[in-house]
Design a protein. Structure first.
Length: 135
């Protein structure tokens, strides 16, 4: 199990442990940690990012290769020869978690999508919660 939190000043908090023989005990501990994260850490992170986005209409926050704006999510997709810029308004964004990635896609266009590794991309997980504050 691995949970990592990075602050804007570069400091990091890391929770990491290996499963023991008692899998039920590990599951219970994992659930308690997730509940604590949702209760104490996640609201502050979402509040901070949404405040940055609401400050001005043109403000952007980078999460991985995506630019998050008050209006929606922007990202580039690479083709064989060219890259294409994509924009999905918050009202059309849909999220799925697949194989450790947060898949961001347009509800109405199956071709417009991208994936962010939940393990490698800081704050990727909060995108789905930001959607609630942006609509």
């Amino acid at each position: 199990f691995l949970f990592v939190f990075n602050s804007t000043d570069g400091s990091q908090i890391k929770f990491q442990w290996k499963a023991s023989q008692d899998l039920e005990k590990d599951k219970k501990f994992n659930k308690q940690l997730i509940d604590a994260i949702f209760q104490y850490i996640l609201p502050g992170v979402i509040k901070k990012v949404s405040k940055q986005l609401k400050f001005t209409y043109n403000n952007t926050v980078k999460i991985g290769h995506c630019s998050i704006t008050k209006a929606g999510i922007e990202f580039d997709t690479k083709g064989w020869l060219f890259s294409k810029s994509n924009f999905i308004p918050w009202s059309r964004v849909e999220f799925n978690i697949e194989n450790g990635d947060l898949v961001v896609k347009d509800k109405f266009s199956t071709k417009i999508k991208t994936a962010l590794s939940l393990r490698e991309v800081d704050n990727a997980f909060i995108l789905q919660f930001l959607q609630e504050t942006m609509n």
